[in-house]
Design a protein around this ligand. Structure first.
Ligand code: ZN
Length: 447
């Protein structure tokens, strides 16, 4: 029956869509089946392996990179444990949902409760570190102290694990108070510095309901990401079951993160996947920078400044400054600005008209044209020269009878120019020069 249905679908273009739908419907059932006795569990949809050296800093609360998550994927993180009273309850809630998380443990807490560290590990969660003593304001500590905090924290958790293994090379700085020195040190040690994508403010004096609301609202705003919680707070214990149920109801999926090892290569990813919202070719606006909204406190249009306001040479600068000095004596002669010999304002309102000669071809260029083998361009040039010369000659004739009676010199020159088109002698160079002058005169007279 099923085979015949698929046989029928095979020829239809929407076969792939149907198969996709079947897969997506089947996925949650498979997850629930992975959590025996807890049919409503959200489960853990997948595990990603990351290489800290390839991606040393993550979390969009501080950086422009985060884990390579798909939409509606969430990574759960818990800081400051282990504290048996609450950490054990957090572990029990996660176990009931088959949800895997990352725990950033404090070294001094690990020394006090080494069994708590092993419980986290044995439950299959990722064990990471969060300094030795959880100092506030680590960014203001001398770098040596910060290094000590980081290294001792790792040593304490390693000792608590007591199996010769080290915690994951994932580090979160208390209060996210990092500085460049800490970032560089972490990178040099192959530690991945974790910020987060959104907190739920569960360290503040707010209700468990508020923790739940903030977690969901901030997740909805980003669509995916690393949630920062604390496993040492009663309100977090109270809020977590509701958060997990709601995550499942809204179609979110839990992703577990583990570090790459020689035996466990990193999950292949594209660089773009490490951005919270990679630029998309189909969403044009995602590439545009945000335009800030400026509050307008004054009139919509400012008055146009008068030109005289801009000219310091026309005003008495010393007197003006003295007025603003409110009684403080100022030197009568200001040491600056130095007076220059610029003409007074207004005299340069019109720029001089450029001479026509500026636009003429240099004499040498004209000669080159005329001396080159006959071409259409050269012929046309010679003809235009001839016409101009003839016009000049005509004007000369009109002005004086004597000039009219004699053959005009310009006409003679034009005849020479015709010869020079043949390009055989050097003599036409002088004549062409004269021609050039005569043309120029004609041009100016026209204007
Ligand atoms: Zn902390």
């Amino acid at each position: 029956m099923i085979a015949s249905v698929f046989g029928g679908l095979r020829r239809r273009p929407w076969t792939a869509v149907c198969v996709g739908l079947l897969t997506s419907v089947a996925a949650p059932a498979a997850l629930a089946a992975d959590c025996p006795g807890h049919p409503d569990a959200i489960g853990t949809s997948r595990t990603i392996v990351v290489d800290p050296r390839a991606h040393p800093i993550i979390g969009t609360m501080q950086y422009n990179k985060t884990l390579p998550l798909a939409d509606r994927e969430v990574v759960l993180t818990f800081d400051d444990g282990p504290l048996p009273k609450y950490s054990n309850q957090i572990l029990a809630i996660l176990a009931a949902h088959c949800a895997k998380a990352t725990f950033f443990l404090v070294g001094s807490q690990a020394r006090a409760n080494p069994e708590g560290v092993r419980k986290v590990r044995d439950a299959g969660h990722t064990v990471a570190t969060h300094s030795q003593n959880h100092p506030t304001g680590m960014d203001r500590l001398p770098l040596d102290r910060s290094r000590q905090e980081i290294e001792q924290g790792i040593a304490s958790v390693t000792a608590a694990l007591a199996d010769g293994t080290a915690p994951a090379p994932f580090l979160r700085i208390p209060g996210l108070r990092v500085n460049e020195g800490i970032e560089e040190f972490a990178a040099s040690k192959g530690l991945q510095l974790w910020s987060a994508d959104f907190p739920a403010d569960d360290w503040r004096n707010v209700s468990a309901n508020r923790v739940y609301e903030l977690a969901m609202q901030r997740l909805e705003n980003k669509g995916k990401g690393i949630l920062l919680l604390h496993d040492i707070q009663a309100r977090t214990v109270a809020a977590l079951p509701r958060i997990l149920r709601e995550l499942k109801a809204r179609g979110y999926r839990i992703v577990h993160v583990v570090p790459a090892t020689p035996d466990r290569p990193a999950t292949p990813t594209d660089p773009q996947q490490w951005q919270l919202h990679p630029p998309s070719e189909v969403v044009a606006t995602s590439r545009w920078p945000k335009v800030p909204k400026f509050a307008s406190a004054g009139p919509a249009a400012l008055p146009v400044p008068a030109l005289s306001d801009l000219d310091w040479r026309t005003t008495d600068l010393g007197a003006r400054t003295a007025r603003r000095g409110r009684g403080v004596p100022l030197p009568a002669a200001m040491p600056w600005p130095r007076q220059t010999t610029l003409p007074p304002a207004g005299t340069l309102a019109a720029l001089p008209v450029p001479a026509a000669s500026l636009f003429k071809l240099p004499e040498s260029a004209r000669l080159t044209l005329l001396a080159s083998p006959a071409s259409r361009a050269a012929t046309a040039q010679a003809r235009s020269t001839e016409v101009s010369s003839a016009k000049l000659a005509g004007k000369s004739r009109r002005r004086g009878g004597a000039a009219a009676a004699q053959p005009p010199a310009a006409a003679g020159q034009a005849a020479q120019a015709r010869q020079s088109v043949g390009g055989t002698t050097a003599k036409p160079a002088v004549e062409a020069k004269r021609n050039g002058r005569s043309v120029r005169v004609a041009g100016l007279k026209k204007r």
